[in-house]
Design a binder for this molecule. Structure first.
Ligand SMILES: [Zn+2]
Length: 217
């Protein structure tokens, strides 16, 4: 199995500039399994150097020392800074060719759009519930009025409560709707970055599998 020592003096086939001073000369060892997506990573400083950070499913970077990784995992050598270096592990087997990364980004973009659509459908259903709930409650009060005469003032008060209370309670129940949409959008923004220059990609860039700034493709 090919083993790569990645760093400023590493044997990886893509360049890590000497200006990336947070990257050690020999920073991380990655064992590539050509027959599976089960690769292995070891911080050559044993966690006592500038650190190896692995991007998690929420798009945040977590410090790791030894762990299994997949080709589409994104690694950062050193803390968040212009002097660190970020790359997708697949670069080790296809250096300076970003087609794999862009294909992955397109798939991720589809997944985020599907999540947003599903969320929009749930919000639509919740909004409908908030319209229907007071209508049902007022109808129930009217039906009760037919069988049990109620004082007109009490009837008015009951109708007021039936109109205001259900939407208020449902609004409380559905209060996480906007937070969830915010979370989807935030995670999307953490993923849809150019795999070379790490700037935010436009929808056009993702569709065309090319960064319009650094021309990576
Ligand atoms: Zn770019």
């Amino acid at each position: 199995m090919p083993v790569f020592t990645v760093g400023r003096s590493g044997d990886q086939k893509f360049e890590i500039g000497q200006d990336r001073q947070f990257v050690h000369n020999e920073h991380v060892r990655i064992t590539v399994d050509e027959h599976s997506d089960n690769w292995y990573l070891e911080d050559l400083k044993g966690g006592k150097g500038n650190g190896v950070y692995l991007r998690d499913s929420a798009g945040d970077f977590r410090l790791v020392v030894n762990c299994h990784i997949k080709p589409n995992d994104v690694l950062r050598l050193g803390p968040e800074n212009a002097k660190s270096f970020t790359f997708m592990a697949h670069q080790l087997v296809a250096p300076n060719d970003y087609s794999y990364e862009f294909k992955y980004l397109r798939a991720m973009d589809k997944r985020f759009k599907k999540a947003e659509e599903e969320h929009a459908a749930v919000v639509k259903k919740h909004n409908l519930n908030m319209i229907i709930a007071p209508i049902i409650c007022v109808s129930l009060v009217a039906i009760v009025r037919i069988f049990a005469p109620i004082d007109p003032m009490l009837m008015l008060a009951l109708c007021g409560v039936a109109t205001a209370l259900p939407p208020g309670l449902l609004r409380l129940k559905y209060r996480s709707d906007s937070e969830r949409l915010k979370r989807i959008k935030e995670t999307r923004a953490k993923f849809l970055l150019c795999p070379k220059c790490w700037r935010v990609l436009s929808d056009y860039d993702v569709r065309n599998c090319k960064c319009s700034v650094c021309k990576a493709m």
